[in-house]
Design a protein around this ligand. Structure first.
Ligand code: SF4
Length: 406
């Protein structure tokens, strides 16, 4: 059982207030769970025997559990996971590629998804009924996905219906990084899911079916995609969901009528940190450097970069660059560090000098992986993610519409 004392983080002498510390002020190497500054806000129900174990012992225990479980388990690792997790991944990739991979492994009864909550939900939607999806730490959410609560989206939809008299001409599009309930919303109302690699194609599909698109939860991906299609910025309006119900998201009826894209005011806390100043400084320090960023970055950052694309695109961009190339990247630090290590003949660096990872991805500490895997060895399933059947059905419709575009 947990106790408050044992869960207290070890104070960082430079930032004595835990809430003001970044998890990785002391580096991105694994330290025991009980020493993590933010452990008190992570899933605390993990048995005490895992709290003080170091990286080597945890790796040895996960390895042993894997061997015992054999084909019964498949471990998936998102690109933003730390090295001590990625080493166990049967497949690594972005959320959608991993969910598809899980669906292609029917022989595995258990899918251990090392990523965040919405990703495990997507795996549960796409995998077979006989498969069980496990998220090592139930507190590994996504701040962007959390910015679009189902009740707020339904409220906005009703307000749009009042303004336009009907929602027939509005196509809802949700980014993969959203709760299953919102994928289901899109399935139900003629909409679709998109990823950062197919957002342009998805918006083309949507505009062939309606006058305007209601895009959530990431305003930046929506705006960057719309701008790349030639939609003027003033025809992409922001819906502020924090305003009281009935406020039309802070827009006037006239603005909504002139809009082609209604953007939910959500963002990724990791990608929104990248700035124009960082790009300018990188170009000053490394003349001739290529800058590649994720489309979850702000519009001006994407405009100033040489290229932008999904995590898979960024990884390929680095792989394709000639030896000696210098590449500044705007995405999560674990992926950037891995690319730098895998391409020692190139200079690969993160545009953000303050090395802060995705704090929710980071919650998948190897102690949680060891715990869920050893539980499976004992025949016990902990931290299963189950999407209700009605949500699954509607969410599948939205995902299938997207798949049909390929
Ligand atoms: S990197 Fe951003 S979008 Fe991805 S899981 Fe973390 S907070 Fe969510």
């Amino acid at each position: 059982m947990t106790t408050d004392t044992a869960r207290s983080p070890k104070p960082n002498p430079y930032f004595p207030i835990a809430q003001l510390q970044c998890e990785t002020d002391s580096g991105i190497d694994t330290i025991p769970l009980s020493e993590e500054v933010a452990f008190s806000s992570w899933q605390g129900v993990i048995p005490e025997q895992y709290w003080s174990l170091g990286a080597d012992e945890l790796s040895a225990r996960v390895r042993a559990a894997r061997e015992t479980l054999g084909q019964d388990v498949v471990v998936l690792g998102h690109h933003y996971q730390r090295e001590d997790i990625i080493q166990f991944a049967d497949e690594r990739g972005d959320s959608f590629a991993l969910a598809q991979y899980a669906a292609s492994r029917p022989e595995s009864k258990y899918i251990v998804f090392c990523g965040v909550h919405f990703m495990a939900e997507a795996a549960d939607i796409l995998s077979g009924d006989h498969q069980r999806v496990i998220l090592p730490n139930m507190e590994a959410g996504c701040s962007m996905a959390d910015m679009a609560a189902s009740a707020d989206v339904y409220q906005a939809w009703r307000e749009l219906e009042d303004v336009f008299g009907s929602t027939e001409d509005i196509i809802p599009v949700t980014y993969m990084n959203s709760a299953a309930s919102l994928k289901a919303f899109c399935g139900k109302y003629g909409g679709v899911v998109c990823t950062s690699s197919n957002a342009g194609k998805v918006l083309d599909w949507a505009f062939a079916r309606g006058k305007r698109v209601f895009f959530f939860p990431d305003q930046h991906l929506g705006r960057n995609t719309g701008a790349a299609m030639g939609i003027p910025l003033d025809q992409m309006v922001l819906w502020n969901w924090r305003l009281p119900a009935g406020s039309l998201g802070g827009r006037t009826v006239d603005e909504l009528e002139r809009s082609r894209v209604i953007l939910w005011q959500g963002h990724c806390s990791v990608h929104q940190r990248f700035s124009l100043t960082q790009i300018e400084q990188a170009r000053e320090r490394h003349p001739g450097a290529q800058i590649v960023v994720h489309p979850e970055c702000r519009y001006e950052v994407v405009q100033a970069a040489d290229a932008n694309g999904s995590t898979a695109y960024i990884a390929q961009y680095v792989a394709d660059a000639p030896a000696g190339a210098v590449i500044g990247i705007g995405t999560e630090i674990n992926l950037v560090s891995r690319l730098a290590r895998e391409h020692p003949d190139k200079t690969v660096f993160c545009l953000d000098p303050v090395v802060c990872p995705c704090s929710t991805m980071y919650r998948v500490h190897p102690a949680y992986l060891a715990w869920v895997m050893e539980s499976l060895v004992r025949g016990e399933v902990v931290n299963q993610i189950v999407v209700p059947e009605d949500e699954k059905r509607d969410a599948r419709i939205a995902l299938e519409r997207m798949l049909a575009l390929k």
